[in-house]
Structure formats: structure tokens, C-alpha cells
Design a protein around this ligand. Structure first.
Ligand code: FAD
Length: 390
């Protein structure tokens, strides 16, 4: 293992998808380097598995549309559950924003998404406190998938096609010569290659910097509270999101193989404004009170739930300044980036893999124009604007 045509740094869901799509395009000598001894120890293993086409920007909507379609029709079972996403608003401005997004989503081909009034919201989420809610939007095709199943599916298919994966292999630096990638230095020695795709999630900035490339990806802890309700929850409960505060909850699923009660267990969270950038992934007890302050107001069935402390968790979001991914090449020839998903990397992994394979093989992504996600948007001041992130 001292040579490969293309090296992929990181064996999470994104690296696995890029490897799969490259091998589908005929590449055989694709090598995934993963510093852990198994896959799924990064953000992919912490993800809760939400998938939605309800975004603001065209690029996010298109990436979701393509990816949802792919996941529904793929040979591999991703455990897609179309339970829906309900965004609700507590001000008129928020509601107008959500409705405008819905119109654009429909124009771009999203089906089953529509505004809902307060009575409809009460039916979708029995027991929700709706006095301060002015309306919302509901997307029926949105829902849940199993992030680890997607990662495994891509990996198995890539390995079947001839790709390889090396564990316990930490990439310590990129090696370039005259502005062109020629290899990587790793904890197991040097590997020569003609191309590198950085898929190292929250850890992308450090490795790209070794080739002199500034990749503005900031790691930020995201915590999830796991609880059991007293009464069984509605079996049709979707993902429910307050667009104002970002507080959200959904029925729980344990993708790591643990047992859970599908009738009573829920996950809830919100983007904690006190959270700073950093690599800390310890769950902080103080977060429980903060989340319950929202839960108490929003629904008695959440307020009365019991925290399952051993199941609460934290992982890293990989935020960019405009909360959109960075896809494509950069000033170093042969160096490609698939990073900065800002909390949407699982749901966008199919489109990402295909985009990177097309960029590497054809010079640009043809199935969707992803040029607005290039790294140079930050230098050019062409940042995207999306407020519907959580
Ligand atoms: C709590 C939480 C909830 C989330 N919920 C959702 C959701 O509902 N839907 C959704 O779409 N997304 C969600 N996300 C975001 C999603 O998890 C990520 O966007 C996605 O997993 C990114 O995948 P990745 O493969 O890029 O990164 P990772 O899964 O982090 O994989 C990167 C891999 O690179 C390896 N690596 C890093 N540096 C090196 C190196 N130098 N050498 C070798 N290997 C290296 C790491 O060990 C890791 O395995 C959530 C994230 C969190 C934290």
C-alpha cells in the first residue's frame, strides 16, 4: 500500500459515497484512508438520520431531491421512513419565509410539500402547544434514514467494485510538487497518488492547510437529548421543528444496534447559541435543562418525559461560514474537497459522491451544477444564504 490512483481521506458516509461513485465511473485503484479502526466514529455515527428537501437555496433543494430519489431507489436498504418534516412558525415573517421556500421547492420538483394551518398542525402533532403558532409547512417525502446503513452500503459497493479501505491510517500531510498533488504522508508511511479527495469532515481544515489551502470548516459540538415519554407517542410523528429557535424533536432510532422503544422514545435538540467551535464531543449535562426549557413550553408529552442519560450523545457539525458544503477542486491540481456539510452530509451524500466523481472525470458536475459550492466563493464574497438550517 504505497501507491493509489486516488486517495480518499476519511471513511465516513461522504468518503464512502465518493469512493463508490468513482468506482462506478471506472476507477479501480481508489484507496480510502481512515484513521480510526472502524468506520462511523466521526459525525456519521452521531447523525440522527433526518432527510429533507425543505431548504431555501436551489442548490440544497436540488442536492436533496437527487439524494432522496437515489436513497429510495437504491438496491441497498437505507431504512427510509417518509414520516415527514413539519416546520412551524411563531411570527408572520417566519411563516412568509417558509411559504416562499415551499413555492420554490415545488418549482424545482419537490412533491408533497405544502403550507399547513394551525388546525392541521394539531392533527399532525397531537398534544403540541399551538397557542403561539401561526402556521407552518409540511413535507411528506422528508423523513428519516439510517446514516450507518448508507455508509456501509456505499462502502460495500465500492469495495465490490475494486476500491480498498485502510484503517488506523492517519493522513498527516498532503504532498504536492509544482502545484500538483503527488501523494500523502500517513502514520503508515507515504502513499503516492495522482489525486486526493478530502472527506475528513470536521477535521478538514488541518489537512488541507498542509497543502497551503485554507478550508473554512469549523467543528462545533451538537448535542442530542434522548428521552422516554410516559404515554406512547403518535406512530406517525414526523420531525417537528420550530423555525424560530431551531428546537426540534422526532421519534428516536438507534442505528448503533442498541434496543429502543419505538413507541415512547424521542430525540430532541436545538442549536445551542453558547456552543463555541471545538472538537469536544462529551455530552454536557447542562444542555438537558436548556432543551427542557423549550420542551416544557412546546408539549406536555415532551415535558413529562424521562431523560435516558446513557443514550444522550454529542457529535460534531462541520460548519462553513454560509452553512453550505464545499465541493470541488482548488488551487492545488488533483486536490478535491467534499467537506463542510454543516449538518446535512448524510442526506446529501449521494449527490456529493456523484458530483465529485463527475468533477474528477469530466471536469464539472453535469447532473447538477454545483459550481456555487466551490471553495473560491469565500474569496469572491459569493456566499450563499440559507436560514432554514438547524
Ligand atoms: C448530532 C448530529 C446530528 C446530525 N444529524 C444529521 C441529520 O439528521 N441528517 C444529515 O444529513 N446530517 C446530519 N448530521 C451531519 C452529518 O453527520 C455529517 O454532515 C456527515 O456525517 C459528514 O460525513 P463525513 O463523511 O463528511 O464526515 P465523518 O463522518 O466525520 O467522517 C470523516 C472521517 O474522516 C476521518 N478522518 C479525519 N481526519 C483524518 C485524517 N487526517 N486521516 C484519516 N482519516 C481522517 C475521521 O476519523 C472520520 O471517520 C448530524 C451531525 C451531528 C453531529
Amino acid at each position: 500500500m504505497n501507491k493509489a490512483e486516488i486517495v480518499i481521506i476519511g471513511g465516513g458516509v461522504v468518503g464512502a459515497s465518493v469512493a463508490f461513485h468513482l468506482t462506478e465511473r471506472g476507477y479501480r485503484d481508489v484507496l480510502i484512508l481512515e484513521r480510526a479502526n472502524v468506520q462511523g466514529t466521526g459525525s456519521t455515527g452521531a447523525a440522527t438520520g433526518g432527510v429533507r428537501a425543505q431548504f431555501e437555496t436551489d442548490i440544497n433543494i436540488r442536492m436533496s431531491l437527487y439524494s432522496l430519489d437515489f436513497l429510495k431507489n437504491w438496491e441497498f436498504d437505507c431504512e427510509y421512513e417518509p414520516k415527514g418534516y413539519l416546520f412551524f412558525a411563531t411570527t408572520k415573517d417566519q411563516l412568509e419565509y417558509l411559504k416562499a421556500n415551499t413555492e420554490r421547492q415545488r418549482e424545482l420538483g419537490v412533491r408533497g410539500v405544502s403550507p399547513v394551518d394551525v388546525d392541521a398542525i394539531k392533527e399532525i402533532v397531537p398534544g403540541l402547544h399551538c397557542e403561539d403558532i401561526v402556521g407552518g409547512v409540511f413535507g411528506k417525502q422528508d423523513g428519516f434514514v439510517n446514516p450507518l446503513a448508507i455508509m456501509r452500503g456505499f462502502t460495500e459497493a465500492a469495495l465490490r467494485n475494486g476500491a480498498k479501505i485502510e484503517f488506523n491510517c492517519d493522513v498527516t500531510s498532503l504532498i504536492s510538487q509544482q502545484g500538483k498533488i503527488i501523494g500523502v504522508e500517513t502514520s503508515k508511511g507515504r502513499i503516492d497518488c495522482a489525486g486526493v479527495v478530502v472527506c475528513s469532515g470536521a477535521w478538514a481544515r488541518e489537512i488541507a492547510a498542509t497543502a497551503g489551502i485554507n478550508v473554512p470548516v469549523e467543528p462545533q459540538r451538537r448535542q442530542i437529548v434522548w428521552a422516554r415519554t410516559e404515554e406512547p407517542i403518535d406512530p406517525h410523528l414526523p420531525m417537528v421543528i420550530d423555525i424560530g429557535s431551531g428546537f426540534h424533536f422526532r421519534p428516536a432510532r438507534d442505528f448503533r444496534g442498541g434496543t429502543f422503544d419505538t413507541e415512547r422514545e424521542v430525540l430532541f435538540a436545538y442549536p445551542d447559541p453558547d456552543e463555541r467551535s471545538g472538537f469536544d464531543t462529551d455530552f454536557n449535562e447542562g444542555f438537558i435543562d436548556k432543551v427542557y426549557a423549550h420542551a416544557r413550553h412546546r408539549a406536555p408529552f415532551l415535558a413529562d418525559s424521562i431523560v435516558l442519560r446513557e443514550k444522550c450523545r454529542a457529535g460534531l457539525y462541520e460548519n462553513t461560514p454560509d452553512h453550505h458544503a464545499i465541493l470541488g477542486g482548488c488551487d492545488v491540481d488533483g486536490l478535491y474537497l467534499a467537506v463542510g456539510f454543516s449538518g446535512h452530509g448524510v442526506m446529501h451524500s449521494p449527490a456529493t459522491g456523484r458530483a465529485l466523481a463527475e468533477i474528477i472525470c469530466d471536469g464539472r458536475a453535469r447532473f447538477i451544477d454545483v459550481s456555487c459550492l466551490s471553495l473560491d466563493r469565500f474569496n469572491k464574497g459569493e456566499l450563499l444564504r440559507e436560514a432554514a438550517f438547524i
